[in-house]
Design a protein around this ligand. Structure first.
Ligand SMILES: Nc1ncnc2c1ncn2[C@@H]1O[C@H](COP(=O)(O)OP(=O)(O)OP(=O)(O)O)[C@@H](O)[C@H]1O
Ligand SMILES: [Mg+2]
Length: 241
């Protein structure tokens, strides 16, 4: 379970997250929606301690993320796969090097074993046999899928997706949504999904949280969000029409 308690984050004197309380139960999939700049990516970055909160706490499976030693933090990051908003592949490494990166850094496994894992993860994102391609040879959607394959390397129990389907063609979007659904239903992965793409929210999420100006203003099922009377949510969902 992921539990955020009274989480507040400032950058300088800009309050980006304001006293956020949130629980994500094991095996569930929480979508976080809200306008650009409302703190969604920051929320994900706090969970893997890329940034620290000013106050409040983050528990992941009852471990207090803020208090972990550097070694324990590496263990936590292996348990959590993160798909970053910008694809963040290493340009100088081919697809194989990118997907295998954390396996090479964090294990002493034989290359044959790593090759098998990379091939399996690439197959999951419909990119079989692309090991030798360089990131510059991939389309944006393919790069996104390589990032997902990389995030799956350690079979994470938790996945944090930051805009996984934004800007993709409809077919790739559905492929990625289907993968997210499979990971959550079959492998019982717990996930937080940050996205502007409402189709992805409605297909994948079990709960939806709306952030606005750093505050969590409502949380409920996708159906409850669709029919919410809150004008801020209605405006977000309908685009103000
Ligand atoms: N490292 C940083 N230093 C200073 N300000 C930051 C930093 N990271 C984020 N911010 C600011 O925090 C606010 C929230 O940023 P964040 O990236 O969390 O928004 P977001 O909800 O993910 O937006 P988008 O939908 O556009 O991706 C923004 O005003 C941003 O400028
Ligand atoms: Mg963002």
């Amino acid at each position: 379970m992921i539990k955020l308690t009274n989480l507040t984050k400032y950058f300088g004197d800009h309050k980006v997250l304001d006293d956020v309380n949130l629980e994500v139960k094991d095996g569930s999939s929480l979508a976080v929606i809200g306008p650009s700049g409302c703190g969604k990516s920051t929320l994900l970055r706090l969970i893997i301690r890329l940034v620290y909160p000013n106050s409040g706490s983050i528990l992941v499976d009852n471990l207090d993320v803020g208090k972990l030693s550097e070694d324990a933090l590496i263990g936590l990051r292996q348990k959590i796969g993160m798909i970053f908003q910008t694809s963040a592949l290493f340009d100088s490494m081919n697809v194989y090097g990118n997907v295998a990166f954390s396996l090479h850094v964090n294990t002493r496994w034989k290359e044959d074993k790593i090759k098998g894992i990379v091939a399996e993860k690439l197959k999951m994102v419909d990119l079989e046999g692309t090991e030798k391609l360089m990131p510059s040879e991939l389309s944006g959607g393919m790069q996104r899928r390589v990032c997902i394959a990389r995030a799956l390397a350690f079979d994470p129990k938790i996945i944090l997706y930051d805009e996984p389907t934004t800007g993709l063609d409809p077919i790739t979007e559905v492929t990625i949504e289907n993968l997210m659904i499979k990971l959550s239903r079959e492998l019982k992965v717990t996930s937080i999904l940050v996205t502007h793409v409402l189709q992805t929210v409605y297909r994948v999420a079990t709960r939806v949280a709306m952030l606005d100006k750093g505050k969590l203003i409502e949380i409920g099922t996708p159906e409850q969000t669709k029919t919410s009377k809150n004008p801020v949510i209605q405006k977000f969902i309908t685009g103000g029409l």
